[in-house]
Design a protein around this ligand. Structure first.
Ligand SMILES: [Zn+2]
Length: 78
């Protein structure tokens, strides 16, 4: 039998996998040594969770706001 199939009950892992670059990391690290991104705790599949990315959301919101201002500026401003 293949050992690659996931067992849902096996939630004890010795390592976690980076969700960005799939490098194996020790459970205690908070930052991937390969791609330098922040990683969270291990989930039941052995992947590290992605921490909430506030700067990413902020940039997305600012980009949306900038687009609204651009549209307003281009079409409605006299
Ligand atoms: Zn990584």
């Amino acid at each position: 039998m293949s050992a690659k199939s996931y067992s849902p009950s096996a939630n004890v892992h010795m390592t976690k996998k980076c969700p960005y670059c799939y490098a194996y990391l020790p459970l205690t690290v908070r930052r991937c040594h390969a791609c330098k991104k922040r990683v969270g705790d291990v989930d039941k599949l052995g992947f590290a969770s992605k921490p909430f990315d506030w700067p990413g959301y902020l940039i997305a919101i600012l980009a949306a706001a900038a687009l609204c201002i651009f549209v307003w500026w281009g079409f409605f401003k006299e």
